[in-house]
Design a protein around this ligand. Structure first.
Ligand SMILES: Nc1ncnc2c1ncn2[C@@H]1O[C@H](COP(=O)(O)OP(=O)(O)OP(=O)(O)O)[C@@H](O)[C@H]1O
Ligand SMILES: [Mg+2]
Length: 324
């Protein structure tokens, strides 16, 4: 196991208006992550899928310790890092990296891309300036930006979106990390270039025996890249399993709806399961099963009790009363 979370929670306080403050002293919170226990194995890609607002980015930031948890634990490579601070946390950073959705925003526009990629090597004292230069050229070749000397001196603005994401990947990989969070890394990239970026990430997975937490709202992308998939709904994991079981036999009505929403070139005439309504806010989480107001199969118990994630088959877990 490279990463584990135990009942992890993140509640953001909501700022109240002056009037609200007069009438109630109770604090309000957005429950962005509300008790998540997951593990990422060494060398695997675990995808985190779910609609906008389900808490994916928050979970990614929590496990990298970019934000502080409200409760729960984070174990990285066998070590409890929940409360790690200062120099110790800084030293850990080279082993855990992040790739963002928007490569333009994540690169310094005034820095040559070679310098951007080199930066972490200098920050973490991994190599001397001269060694670092050679390592960067090598990395530029690996991510397909050749001739590497030419690309080294370019600025982000003269690259295409796909090339910029290759730079962001190079920058994340240069410190030889053990674990990478990729937050929607291809959603801003032209569809025709997506597969090549995903393949590049897969190559690093194999070469570096790397583990990814791969965040996406696109199930087709997660099917292509992952070993296992965790489905998130409103701050909780509702289903977890290997890619094959999730697609062959999705158990949670929410997962079934996400899968039927994937566009297919020649739709078979099967009844599609579609969702009504929008994901509620993390401030007013429905009682019982948080999915019940949108669930076509809801039973009485669903609004009264909250289902827990249970093992149905080897490696396949679901939180739903239909399966308990
Ligand atoms: N800094 C913050 N302060 C207050 N609320 C926040 C903060 N960050 C996130 N949230 C709230 O937490 C919830 C989860 O947000 P998050 O960004 O993790 O979702 P997401 O699944 O990544 O969505 P998307 O697919 O749109 O990126 C949302 O309701 C969001 O408004
Ligand atoms: Mg997000």
């Amino acid at each position: 196991m490279i990463l584990e979370t135990k009942d992890l929670k993140k509640y953001f306080p909501v700022t109240k208006s002056f009037i609200e403050r007069l009438f109630t002293r109770e604090m309000k919170y957005v429950k962005a992550i509300d008790g998540v226990s997951i593990d990422v194995r060494k060398g695997e890609i675990l995808s985190l899928v779910g609609e906008s607002g389900s808490g994916k980015t928050t979970l990614g930031k929590l496990v990298l310790r970019l934000i502080d948890p409200t409760d729960g634990r984070i174990i990285f490579d066998g070590r409890d890092i929940t409360y790690l601070k200062g120099e110790e946390l800084r030293r850990l950073r080279r082993h855990m990296q992040i790739i963002y959705q928007d490569p333009y925003a994540s690169l310094n526009p005034r820095m040559k891309i070679g310098e951007s990629i080199k930066d972490p090597l200098i920050i973490h004292n991994i190599a001397s300036d001269q060694e670092a230069y050679k390592m960067v050229l090598n990395m530029l070749e690996k991510v397909g930006l050749t001739p590497s000397e030419h690309f080294y001196g370019l600025y982000p603005r003269s690259l295409s979106g796909g090339q910029r994401q290759r730079v962001a990947i190079a920058r994340a990989m240069i410190t030889n990390p053990k674990f990478v969070v990729a937050d929607e890394p291809v959603s801003m990239i032209d569809v025709s270039l997506r597969a090549s970026i995903l393949d590049l990430m897969l190559r690093f997975k194999h070469d570096l025996h790397l583990s990814y937490l791969f965040i996406t709202h696109d199930l087709a992308v997660s099917k292509y890249i992952s070993d296992r998939i965790a489905v998130m709904y409103l701050a909780k994991i509702v289903e977890l399993g290997d890619v094959y079981s999730i697609f062959k036999k999705p158990l949670h009505p929410y997962t079934q709806a996400l899968i039927s929403a994937i566009p297919v070139p020649y739709p078979r005439r099967e009844k599609k399961l579609s969702l009504s309504g929008e994901i509620p806010s993390g401030i007013d989480i429905p009682p019982g099963c948080r999915f019940h107001p949108r669930c076509p199969f809801k039973m009485n118990i669903c609004s009264e009790e909250e289902p827990t994630l249970r093992r149905i088959e080897e490696g396949h877990y679901v939180a739903c009363f239909l399966h308990q």
